[in-house]
Design a protein around this ligand. Structure first.
Ligand code: 7PJ
Length: 271
């Protein structure tokens, strides 16, 4: 993970491949649920250029139901252990539960990606006591209801303030500032118009002093804008990654690793 942090700090981009191990994952239909499939998918994404694999056992898509601690642990820990056994790719755990963070770190994860920005009791402490990177994401509301009626006075300002406040909490708890990423949280309690504003104003997050991670891949904002199903959002997703890159985002959480890497290589070559 240290290498990846250095790479991003020196201005290069990094792609994080998404590995969902939820039966209800909207874009891979839970087909990677079994261990061997999960491993194959992770190794394939690594070969395609992913330097981090983000493993999530609880779907956070709009309307998804929470899963129990035991269920989440059973889904993610064997997958992390298996990938760790066969590959040296960096592993990120996509969770909001401190117990899952802890177990994932023990099994070999070196990053905690929390859509809840380490709000759960004990989460800050788990991340402060170990050499892990953290990603703090903004969301409004909870997955069950967040898309019902999101409201903002000034969305960019509100999210900037939220992220800055969460960063301070992390630093106060003992998390090293070099280990912190921030993320405006596309699609988490945001209308299409909100998401487009965030993409347009990406630069305002990239100048806060912390590297920015973006998760735009196959999101429903493209469905809303283009009327396209999840499998038909590749061009919009990579184009959006390029728009974010041009404004300073350097860490990209994606399903389509090879295509995103092509687009980002082009961006870097042009600059
Ligand atoms: C994000 C995420 C995101 C970060 C998900 C999906 C929904 N983590 N986890 N940022 N999205 N950091 O992939 O559509 O945008 S789950």
């Amino acid at each position: 993970m240290q290498q990846i942090l250095n790479k991003i700090r020196s201005g290069h981009w990094v792609v994080m491949g998404i590995l969902n191990v939820t039966p209800d994952s909207f874009s891979d239909g839970g087909q990677f649920n079994r261990l061997d499939h999960a491993l194959k998918h992770a190794l394939q994404m690594q070969k395609q250029g992913a330097e981090v694999i983000d493993i999530g056992g609880e779907s956070t898509r709009p309307g998804a139901k929470p899963v129990s601690l035991d269920e989440e642990l059973q889904r993610v820990i064997p997958v992390i252990a298996t990938i760790r056994e066969y590959s040296d790719v960096a592993i990120s755990i996509d969770t909001s539960k401190p117990e899952v963070m802890q177990a994932a770190i023990m099994a070999g994860a070196s990053m905690v990606n929390d859509v809840n920005a380490l709000h759960a009791e004990g989460a800050l402490e788990v991340c402060a006591n170990q050499p892990v990177a953290v990603c703090l994401m903004h969301k409004q509301g909870n997955p069950q209801t967040m898309q019902d009626n999101p409201q903002y006075a000034d969305i960019v300002d509100e999210i900037r303030q939220y992220l800055v406040a969460r960063v301070s909490c992390c630093i106060k708890s003992g998390i090293r500032s070099e280990n912190i990423f921030i993320d405006p949280g596309f699609g988490f309690g945001k209308t299409l118009e909100n998401n487009l504003s965030l993409l347009k104003e990406m630069q305002q997050f990239c100048t806060l002093g912390y590297p920015v991670l973006v998760g735009l891949s196959r999101k429903s904002m493209f469905g809303a804008l283009l009327g396209r199903d999840v499998e038909q959002r590749l061009v919009a997703s990579t184009s959006a990654a390029v728009i974010a890159y041009r404004q300073g985002a350097r860490f990209f959480r994606v399903h389509d690793v090879a295509e995103t890497c092509d687009a980002l290589k082009l961006c870097e070559a042009v600059l």
